[in-house]
Ligand binder design. Structure first.
Ligand SMILES: [Zn+2]
Length: 379
């Protein structure tokens, strides 16, 4: 509680913390002392003069620790490290052919990237609080990827494999669904940070929804919620890699959009999307028609979220963000038409501003979340 308060209100004095949290001053002094011993907080040279004695001001200490987030996507790997204050220490992305590469190749590649990121933050004198890897699939509580259709994975023990590849490190290693991490990044660092009802649609090979509901990540019983990409929105639609027909992902996934416009592969999705943007700017009718349909489909998907969890903001992430200028207006109209509540229950559709690093950033945010909820590093 003290750490969270200082994060939100620094610089602040011990008296400020006591007044805001309702803890008595002795307790606050002892807790602050402990957090300083663990190098999570530090005193600044600043003092604040009130009536009576000057008060020493306290801030979160950014220098001793780092959290590392990673992402395995179908066409790239990403790594982000942040310190406890949320300062970005590194942002890396490199191309990687995840589709059909097999999990052992992916584990080796992500372990290499993780080792480099860990080495970099340690070179700066920081201790690693944990690493957290996002994957586009169903991840159970044991860090096993039960199914990731876009990667072609089934029952991959990613957390244990990665721990072994890293030589059983002393910091925690976690694995999480990519959409869950992306929405955590938005909730902590995005343009709509702190919005208590927030949803994020991943625009990668697949479509997943990360949902913050009443300020908490919505996981469901086994952590398998948010699979909006496999809700059927068109019974006459194409077959999905999951085996069902007319899934949102099969209809409006970035692969489907690129295929309709003559790009037959997801390997160079970034180049494909840049080409689509260029053609949309030139107002090519074929491209505008495909993007209008994409807007309708995404609005339909957003309306499912609006009817179920009543978000305030629905963020379009990944490859959808650069396409947003041609998509949002149509999507917003479709959302309103399909949502029972007036004005779509107050929901707005906006483009994510976190770019392709949202999931990796959310991985780091997830590590910091565990610190905020009490798993403090030992002094
Ligand atoms: Zn499907």
């Amino acid at each position: 509680m003290v750490l969270r308060f200082v994060r939100a209100h620094a610089p602040c004095s011990r008296a400020d913390i006591a007044a805001a949290t309702g803890l008595n001053k002795t307790t606050v002094s002892s807790l602050v002392g402990e957090l300083i011993d663990r190098r999570l907080l530090r005193e600044t040279g600043l003092t604040e003069h009130r009536i009576g004695r000057p008060a020493t001001m306290i801030v979160v200490d950014g220098s001793p620790y780092a959290a590392v987030g990673l992402e395995i996507s179908t066409d790239y790997l990403a790594a982000v490290a942040v310190d406890l204050r949320g300062e970005r220490l590194l942002t890396w992305r490199r191309s990687f052919t995840g589709q059909g590469a097999g999990s052992s190749k992916a584990v080796a590649a992500v372990a290499t990237l993780a080792r480099r990121a860990v080495a970099r933050v340690r070179d700066d004198g920081r201790e690693v609080l944990g690493i957290n890897v996002g994957v586009p699939g169903l991840v159970d509580a044991g860090g096993v990827v039960r199914s990731a259709t876009s990667l072609g994975w089934r029952d991959v023990g990613l957390r244990d494999d990665l721990r072994a590849a890293l030589g059983n490190p002393d910091y925690p290693v976690a694995v999480e669904n990519d959409a869950n991490l992306a929405v955590l990044a938005e909730y902590r660092y995005g343009a709509h940070a702190g919005v208590a009802n927030l949803a994020y649609l991943t625009g990668q090979a697949g479509i997943g929804a990360g949902i913050i509901s009443d300020g908490r990540l919505l996981r469901g019983a086994r952590g398998f919620g948010g699979e909006i990409g496999h809700l059927a929105i068109d019974p006459a639609g194409p077959t999905c890699p999951c085996g069902r027909t007319g899934c949102l992902e099969a209809v409006a996934g970035i692969g489907a959009v690129l295929r309709k416009l003559g790009h037959d592969s997801l390997v160079d999705a970034e180049i494909g999307v840049a080409d689509v943007v260029r053609r949309a700017q030139q107002r090519e009718p074929e491209v505008l028609a495909v993007l209008t349909q994409l807007g309708r489909d995404l609005g339909h998907g957003a309306s499912i979220l609006a009817n179920l969890v009543n978000p305030e903001v629905v963020l379009l992430g990944g490859y959808y963000a650069p396409l947003a200028p041609w998509v949002i207006e149509v999507a917003t109209a479709e959302l309103a038409a399909r949502t029972v509540a007036p004005q779509a229950g107050g929901a707005r559709i906006v483009a994510s501003t976190l770019g392709y690093n949202a999931t990796a950033t959310g991985g780091a945010a997830g590590v910091l979340e565990t610190v905020d909820s009490g798993r403090l590093p030992t002094a």
